[in-house]
Design a protein around this ligand. Structure first.
Ligand SMILES: Nc1ncnc2c1ncn2[C@@H]1O[C@H](COP(=O)(O)OP(=O)(O)OP(=O)(O)O)[C@@H](O)[C@H]1O
Ligand SMILES: [Mg+2]
Length: 157
């Protein structure tokens, strides 16, 4: 197996950061391209009569901020030795867009955090990570935070 293209999906959480640093290390060792992918959804608020979605102004600001943070994470990956790093943001359901990107753009490996921003610490894998592991067309490396490891040990898991 040759690892030429690595996909690292990031939700800007602490576990995703650990995945990013691991992916950057691998990219350096294999001299591979590294892509940071963020999937966003249009924010909405549910009322009894229906959902109100964020308008174009809010979305434009969101995109600017996503690009800014992606740029910062890209610099961090470069600081950890990855030579060719690019960023991508797409709208949709996170697991679906991650799997689709891996398939359509021929990635050799996905490096993903075991947890993200929203999940329960005691579950083994967050729902996005689990769906990506189940459906990705390539191997998926899940990266676990050291603090989660301790929490699991203490809970006897
Ligand atoms: N919107 C997203 N865009 C890109 N990558 C994501 C996104 N959401 C999650 N990920 C990736 O998946 C990893 C695991 O996150 P996941 O969402 O599965 O866990 P969680 O947030 O703890 O739980 P859940 O979302 O099921 O409540 C993250 O560390 C990140 O690498
Ligand atoms: Mg999540």
């Amino acid at each position: 197996m040759r690892i030429r293209k690595i996909l690292c999906p990031v939700d800007f959480s602490e576990p995703a950061r650990d995945a990013l640093l691991f992916a950057a290390d691998l990219a350096q060792q294999y001299d591979a391209e590294l892509t940071l992918l963020h999937v966003y959804q249009i924010p909405g608020y549910a009322f009894p009569e229906g959902i109100v979605l964020a308008g174009p102004e809010v979305m434009a600001e969101l995109m600017v901020r996503i690009d800014k943070v992606l740029g910062e994470w890209k610099s961090d990956a470069e600081g950890h030795g990855a030579m060719r790093v690019s960023t991508l943001s797409v709208q949709g359901a996170p697991w679906n867009e991650i799997v689709r990107t891996a398939r359509e753009q021929g990635y050799d490996l996905v490096v993903i955090g075991t947890h993200g921003r929203t999940g329960l610490k005691h579950v083994i894998l967050g729902s996005v990570a689990e769906k990506v592991v189940r459906r990705a067309p390539c191997p998926v490396l899940t990266v676990r935070l050291a603090s989660h490891l301790e929490a699991h040990d203490n809970a006897g898991l």
